[in-house]
Design a protein around this ligand. Structure first.
Ligand code: SF4
Ligand code: SF4
Length: 463
């Protein structure tokens, strides 16, 4: 079947229980943000711009675990910031798994290999030598790291070990050039690929997590799915980006870039996601079939933001993961006090102007799972999709030129300038990226008009 039976059954039991109890609103996935510190500064990231990224500002382990119990969601997505920076991340994951919940560790991938080396050290004995030999031959660890693993682990802290109840959920927004441009640092894509390879070799479950912006080339996204499918990843989450106020301000101030050049309108989202159902047949796309139809423009939906609540250092964030009108002390207090009818888009009409272009996964996917917009035939579609055969890995994806050019790594404008001026970039095929048609414009540079405008701005700024 497409998704692991144990996971599907756990989620189904949770929904059936609350439907039978007639619970009006309940949580499906907790978005837990133990801290907002991050080692990257991705373009478009609302979190690091809206909240304090000071390492002193973090939730206690006890608070994190109590939040999961309080809202009782069967799935917890640990995000941030970069959750692997959280000093007690191992204890947090361990604690949530012990509560019987599914865990998604949403990471930018930069510290994954370190955490997996800790795991190897914790289980090391002579029988692990073939695994170390394989990791060494694939250059996923160094000789020095292998030696450190052989010494074993010196403390009794838990480690992040493979489990059928947890996933690494790795942020990947495109192939090398595009991804490094968006995360604003060179080498991040390469590290993510190596981390994914190592994770699969050690038996972890891995998903990729992609955000689509106006400049995203959907052909490239398809190639990215092909490439990671060939690496045996277990699934993919994909969502259009949301225009966070803080991210928009940063874009104007720091990148001299207009938000409307970066974020999608509803119309554009539907154009971008026209092939999502086809991808759902070829790849294991995490998300309901109803959400896929919504993205493709085949049905309307209203979000159910209370089903994916966000808990962070300031409390329970309302009304949703994306928009902040307040923070509450408890999940149930938030459910009671927020006027939910003020938010969302109903029959294509936004109740709040900030919702107008929102079609994001964390707002709308639960609406599909909860059947809030049931249409005839939906049950059958769900059965067919969830219990249908899991798409086979696409091993021809090994041919994808994932390492498709220099990425330079200092933000959109500097990247664009350097890519155009650099003879090395031209030799590496970056010009081919620039030459793509406007519709598929990769990373804001595919459209030559956009590129010229971008360069005019750079030159103006430099003058
Ligand atoms: S890795 Fe995640 S939290 Fe960090 S800057 Fe990028 S999007 Fe934001
Ligand atoms: S549409 Fe829903 S999920 Fe999106 S911003 Fe509005 S309230 Fe949040």
């Amino acid at each position: 079947m497409r998704f692991p039976l144990a996971l599907t059954a756990k989620i189904a039991r949770h929904i059936v229980k609350h439907k039978m109890l007639r619970t009006p609103k309940f949580a499906m996935v907790l978005q837990l943000e133990p801290l907002h510190t991050c080692n990257l500064t991705c373009t478009g990231c609302g979190r690091i711009r809206e909240y304090s990224t000071n390492l002193k500002d973090m939730m206690s382990l006890e608070d994190c675990l109590a939040s999961a119990v309080e809202c009782d969601a069967p799935m917890v997505s640990i995000c941030g910031g970069e959750p692997l920076i959280y000093p007690k991340i191992e204890e947090l994951i361990d604690g949530i798994l012990k509560q019987g919940r599914i865990v998604y560790i949403c990471t930018n991938g930069m510290f994954m290999r370190k955490k997996m080396r800790d795991y190897l050290a914790s289980i090391y004995n002579a029988s692990q030598e073939p695994t170390l030999a394989k990791l060494l031959s694939e250059k996923l660890i160094t000789d020095k790291e292998a030696e450190a693993i052989r010494k074993g682990k010196s403390d009794n802290r838990p480690v992040i070990r493979p489990s059928k109840w947890s996933y690494w959920n790795v942020h990947i927004d495109g192939l090398e050039f595009t991804h490094d441009l968006i995360v604003e640092r060179e080498g991040v894509f390469k590290e993510c690929v190596e981390a994914v390879k190592m994770a699969k070799l050690l038996g972890y479950q891995v998903a990729t997590n992609t955000t689509v912006y106006k400049e995203t080339d959907m052909k490239e996204v398809e190639q990215m799915f092909e490439y990671f499918s060939a690496l045996d990843v277990d699934g993919h989450t994909i969502s259009p980006g949301y225009e966070y106020d803080a991210a928009k301000k940063d874009m104007v101030k720091r990148l001299n870039k207009q938000p409307e050049d970066f974020f999608l309108t509803r119309k554009m989202t539907r154009e971008k996601f026209a092939k999502i159902e086809e991808w759902g047949e070829r790849f294991t796309i995490f998300g309901t079939i109803q959400y896929q139809e919504f993205l493709a423009g085949k049905r309307e939906m209203t979000c159910t933001p209370w089903a994916i609540p966000t808990r962070n250092i300031r409390g329970w964030k309302a009304p949703c993961y994306l928009m902040t009108d307040g923070h509450y002390g408890g999940y149930h207090e938030m459910l009671e006090k927020v006027d939910w009818d003020k938010y969302g888009v109903v029959d294509g009409v936004a109740r709040d102007a900030r919702c107008e272009n929102c079609m994001v996964h964390c707002g709308y996917d639960p609406s599909g799972a909860l059947g809030t917009h049931y249409q005839r035939g939906d049950n059958w579609k769900n059965i067919k999709y969830n219990f249908g055969a899991k798409p086979k890995p696409y091993y021809a994806g090994r041919e994808v030129k994932a390492f498709n050019g220099v990425s330079i790594g200092k933000g959109h404008l500097a990247e664009a300038k350097a890519a155009i001026n650099s003879p090395r970039a031209a030799m590496n095929g970056t010009q081919a990226v620039f030459a793509q048609p406007a519709e598929s414009g990769s990373c804001g540079t595919g459209d030559t008009t956009q590129r010229d405008e971008l360069l005019a701005k750079i030159n103006k700024k430099d003058a």
